[in-house]
Design a binder for this molecule. Structure first.
Ligand code: SF4
Length: 327
C-alpha cells in the first residue's frame, strides 16, 4: 500500500472542503476502499475520515411519514431497524442479501451507494480498464464477462453496479442529500445519482469532486407487497447476477400498480417506467409478466458469457410477480 496522510473531519462541511483537494479520498466503513488501496487500484495521498461527523448515524422519522437515514448508519443497523423491517421490507431484505455480517456491521449507507464495481479487470492493474485508467481499453469486452451488463452499457465499459441496497432504494424513490465543497446542500433523486458509463466510465455517480453524502431520505412507503429476490452463484457473500426489487399492489387477480428495479443488469440500478406501465391495470398473468420483461430488456445485448442474464431476468421477474400477486 502506498503511504498516505490521514485526518478526521468534524462536520460534513469540513469533510467536503478537505475532500475537494486533489489526491484526497473519503473513508467511512472502508470495506471497499481499503481493498482497493491494498492493490493500488486506489492510491490516495490523503484520507479524510468522516466517521466522527456528529448526528449522521441516526434513522429519523420525517414529517411526511418517511425515514431519513444518516450517511453513517451501518448496513446492519439499517436492516434491523423495526421501521425499516415493517414499512420498507424490500430495503431490509436487500441489505441482508449483501456481503456478510462482518461487512454489514462496518459498511455505511453512504459508502454502500458509492462502492465500486466488482468487474475482475478493474481489480487487476495488469489489465486495461477504462474505469481504472481512462483510455486504456476494456478487458471485459471480448474477455470473460459473465457478471457484466446486458443493458445500458457502452463501448468503453460494460460493468455493473454491485449494490443491493441501491436497487431497493431505487424502487423506493429515495433521495440523496449532500453537502457541496463550495457550500450549500443538494438533494439528488436516486434515479439521477448513479450514471451509465458512456464515454466516462471512471465516474460512477453524479457527485461533484468533494461532495459529501449526509443522508438518504425515503418517502412514505407505497401500497403493495415488497419483495427482493437475488440470484447469485452461492447462497452468501456473492454479488447479484440478477436481482429484482418489486413493490406490487394487486387485488382480486389484477395488478393496480407495480414498481420494479433490477440489479446485476446495468451500470446503475435499472428501472424502466414502460415495464411498470405494462403491468398497471392488467390481470396478474404470464402475458403481462412477459410484456413487463420485454420493456425491461428492450435493447438488451449479451457479450458472450453473460447472455444467460437475459432469459434469467425474465424468469426471475415472472417468479417475483407470481409470488407478489399469488398468480
Ligand atoms: Fe474496466 Fe468497465 Fe471494462 Fe470492467 S467493464 S474492464 S470496469 S472498463
Amino acid at each position: 500500500m502506498k503511504a498516505f496522510t490521514y485526518e478526521r473531519a468534524g462536520s460534513p462541511e469540513e469533510a467536503a472542503s478537505i475532500a475537494a483537494r486533489p489526491g484526497t479520498k473519503v473513508i467511512a466503513g472502508g470495506t471497499n476502499l481499503l481493498d482497493l488501496m491494498k492493490i493500488q487500484v486506489e492510491a490516495p495521498e490523503h484520507l479524510v475520515d468522516v466517521n466522527r461527523m456528529p448526528g449522521l448515524d441516526r434513522i429519523e422519522d420525517t414529517e411526511e411519514g418517511g425515514l431519513r437515514i444518516g450517511t453513517l448508519v451501518r448496513n446492519s443497523d439499517l436492516a434491523s431497524d423495526t421501521r425499516v423491517r415493517v414499512r420498507y421490507p424490500v430495503l431490509s431484505r436487500a441489505l441482508l442479501a449483501g456481503a456478510n455480517g462482518q461487512l454489514r456491521n462496518k459498511a455505511t449507507t453512504g459508502g454502500n451507494l458509492l462502492q465500486r464495481t466488482r468487474c475482475y479487470y478493474f481489480y487487476d492493474p495488469s489489465k486495461p480498464c477504462n474505469k481504472r485508467q481512462p483510455g486504456s481499453g476494456c478487458s471485459a469486452i471480448g474477455g470473460f464477462n459473465r457478471i457484466h451488463a446486458v443493458v445500458g452499457a457502452s463501448e468503453q465499459c460494460i460493468a455493473v453496479h454491485p449494490s443491493d441496497m441501491a436497487v431497493a432504494m431505487r424502487v423506493l424513490d429515495a433521495q440523496v442529500e449532500t453537502v457541496r465543497p463550495q457550500g450549500g446542500r443538494r438533494v439528488i433523486p436516486i434515479a439521477d445519482f448513479h450514471r451509465l458509463p458512456g464515454n466516462t466510465p471512471q465516474q460512477d455517480a453524479t457527485l461533484e469532486a468533494g461532495e459529501i453524502i449526509t443522508a438518504v431520505t425515503l418517502p412514505p412507503p407505497p401500497p403493495g407487497v415488497q419483495l427482493y429476490r437475488k440470484v447469485r452463484d452461492r447462497a452468501s457473500f456473492a454479488f447479484a447476477l440478477v436481482s429484482v426489487a418489486a413493490i406490487v399492489d394487486a387485488h382480486g387477480g389484477s395488478i393496480r400498480g407495480a414498481r420494479l428495479a433490477f440489479g446485476g443488469l446495468a451500470h446503475k440500478p435499472w428501472r424502466v417506467t414502460a415495464a411498470e406501465d405494462a403491468l398497471a391495470g392488467k390481470p396478474a398473468q404470464q402475458r403481462a409478466f412477459d410484456d413487463a420483461a420485454d420493456a425491461v430488456l428492450q435493447g438488451a445485448r449479451g457479450q458472450g458469457h453473460n447472455e444467460f442474464k437475459i432469459p434469467l431476468t425474465r424468469r426471475v421477474l415472472a417468479g417475483v410477480l407470481a409470488e407478489a400477486t399469488h398468480a
